[in-house]
Design a protein around this ligand. Structure first.
Ligand code: ADP
Ligand code: MG
Length: 603
């Protein structure tokens, strides 16, 4: 008897090369952009039309053409002063605000200018892969707020990118090192790019990275090192102060300084020519001279890192590694300074220019092909709503892993209230006035009832990109309203850090203020309640009781005006005692009147 053959069950989808889904990882940097994609188990770096992986985040309008990235360096000779640099910085202030960029006739918003870069990146990816692509994962700084995140996503979407996720840059770097596969660990991520310095401490628990603390300087990077080195060269070789050079010569000198800085990481002495005002100047320059010129700035980054470590409440020996990110971490002097200050294992095997993009490509592949563990991010600041007394009630706390949905029930404050305002806030402080408004809407049509009776369910949902939507539902009528939050207020890069620091600094004062406001809300509610029962009071209480109650109401009102919490609590207690027998009698009376004429058996 011949055996019947049984085929092996299909193991997942047997995809052919052409059916494989590609999702690009994009590091959209302030200075440079890098795109990569995971193909056949490896991350491939995508190159532009010139074969370059690193694509400068620069745009230039010339006549009716747009030039982006390396096209400018390779194709354009004149009009370079109109280049548009560091557009990503403008996302922090107001990504929608239009202004004149470079020599462009019409005003543009940062979202629009960036979309030109995204368009160029998309073209590069498509030519490189020989097929149309749309899906991508984009990295953003850990301190980017909801609004900046939303704007980056919008900018990429404008040119047909489908942004599957936004991932924090430090998290992406840790991901490139495969650290998410460990069960736990704490990591320093030190990112010194061209124009910005960011440092974060990540805590990894079961595949989830939380940002324990962040710090940095939004205006400190390789560009500043170039400028300092250029000043040193001007003094040593031109006998001039840098400030006294013409605009054009400044540009030439800074460019040269940048080139020498990078070359000096491979050779200790260089002999180069500098052409300035048609004169050839011989520059014999050593690594030592460079290091002297830039040392101070590098020391500053080390002290910022120390402060961030302190803020995280971790000890140095609890940190499992120090990850280097950004082109400027190639500086040998910087690495020795870091090793001098921190006795930590340094992760620098992956090219610091490419590490963020690589992490994004791995994540992107995980999303479309389900091959990787998917890392999660956290909310950078707490989110909540305003409650009576000008207080902020936090619904989602800072550092909560996203995506997240949280619900909480609220109720009305006044008799017969038919509408409530949902004022959405972000921040760490107890009082609304110290936090940031993200948006507001009104839920109306609530059935008029006594305060405390309606049940309003407020639902906060933060998606995997860190975008928030809020809905409020009146449970009895099922009336619902929803708002997707695009923030409307400016948040400076450092403001977020300041918000967190201030909340820590003011926490005990804030708590006192919160307790005072809560006592005032209770007291006013009690007084209003008693006043609404005026006729019952007159009917049930003796003249003596009534006098006592009224005088306590007066005294309590005075304490409210004086903002005296102790006085408020004292008279609240007295008023409570003075009205106790009234309450009991009133309840009995109500029950009695409800029962009159009823058959007890049927109750
Ligand atoms: P960003 O993240 O801000 O876009 P990058 O991470 O691409 O920036 O870093 C760009 C910076 O790295 C530039 O200032 C560049 O001069 C610097 N850089 C690149 N290579 C080297 C090197 N070999 N030595 C020193 N600095 C370098
Ligand atoms: Mg970067």
């Amino acid at each position: 008897m011949s055996l019947l053959q049984i085929e092996e069950p299909i193991r997942g989808e047997q995809t052919t090369e052409s059916e494989k889904k590609f999702c690009i990882g994009i590091d959209f940097g302030t200075t440079n952009c890098v795109c990569s994609v995971k193909i056949d188990g490896n991350v491939t770096m995508i190159t532009d039309e010139f074969g370059e992986v690193i694509i400068p985040s620069v745009v230039l309008f010339k006549d009716s053409d747009v030039f982006v990235g390396n096209q400018i360096k390779k194709k354009i000779k004149n009009g370079l002063e109109n280049r548009i640099f560091s557009i990503k910085r403008d996302f922090v202030e107001n990504p929608d605000a239009k202004k004149i960029y470079g020599n462009h006739k019409q005003k543009l918003s940062p979202i629009e200018v960036s979309s030109l870069i995204f368009k160029y990146l998309k073209n590069c990816c498509e030519s490189f892969l020989g097929k149309e692509i749309s899906k991508c994962v984009v990295t953003v700084p850990a301190y980017f707020d909801e609004r900046s995140r939303f704007a980056i996503k919008q900018s990429a979407s404008l040119v047909g990118f489908e942004v599957l996720r936004l991932v924090n840059e430090p998290t992406s770097a840790a991901y490139a090192y495969g650290l998410e596969r460990k069960t736990r660990g704490n990591y320093f991520v030190y990112d010194l790019g061209g124009g910005t310095f960011d440092v974060s401490i990540l805590k990894l628990t079961d595949g989830v990275f939380k940002v324990l603390s962040t710090g940095g300087d939004p205006f400190l990077g390789g560009d500043d090192l170039d400028k300092l080195f250029a000043c040193k060269i001007a003094e040593d070789f031109l006998n001039l102060r840098f400030e006294d050079l013409s605009k054009n010569n400044k540009v030439i000198l800074v460019r040269k300084a940048k080139l020498l800085k990078e070359k000096l990481q491979k050779e200790t002495v260089l002999n180069e020519f500098l052409e300035i005002d048609k004169k050839q100047i011989n520059l014999e320059i050593t690594e030592k001279v460079l290091n002297m010129a830039i040392s101070e700035i590098l020391d500053k980054t080390i002290s910022i890192s120390t402060a961030v470590l302190e803020e995280s409440d971790l000890k140095e020996n609890e940190i499992d590694g120090f990850i280097l990110v950004g082109g400027s971490t190639r500086l040998k002097i910087l690495i020795s300074k870091i090793q001098e200050r921190f006795q930590l294992k340094i992760f620098s095997d992956i090219d610091p220019d490419l590490v963020v993009s690589k992490g994004a490509a791995l994540h992107a592949d995980g999303l479309v092909n389900g091959t990787e563990n998917l890392l999660l991010d956290v909310t950078p600041l707490s989110l909540g709503i305003e409650t009576a007394g000008g207080l902020m009630e936090k619904i989602i706390h800072r550092n909560t892993t996203i995506p997240i949905v949280k619900e909480q029930e609220f109720t009305t404050y006044e008799e017969g209230q038919t509408a409530i305002k949902i004022h959405i806030l972000q921040g760490e402080r107890e009082m609304v006035k110290y936090n940031r408004t993200l948006g507001e809407f009104v839920l109306d049509g609530i059935e008029p009832k006594p305060p405390g009776i309606p049940r309003i369910n407020v639902r906060f949902m933060v998606d995997a990109n860190g975008l928030l939507s809020v809905s409020a539902t009146d449970k009895s009528s099922a009336i619902q309203k929803e708002l997707e939050v695009k923030t409307t207020f400016n948040l400076e890069i450092d403001q977020m850090r300041i918000m967190i620091e201030e909340s820590i600094k003011n926490s005990s004062l804030d708590m006192q203020e919160r307790l005072l406001e809560e006592s005032k809300v209770d007291a006013i509610r009690f007084i209003n309640e008693l006043q609404s029962m005026d006729s019952d009071l007159k009917e049930i209480c003796s003249a003596e009781e009534l006098n006592k109650i009224n005088s306590y109401i007066k005294l309590l009102s005075k304490e409210i005006q004086k903002d005296n919490r102790e006085g408020i609590l004292d008279f609240l207690k007295k008023l409570d005692l003075a009205t106790q027998s009234f309450s009991e009698k009133r309840v009995k009376q109500k029950i009695k009147s409800a029962l009159i004429g009823k058959n007890y058996d049927k109750l």
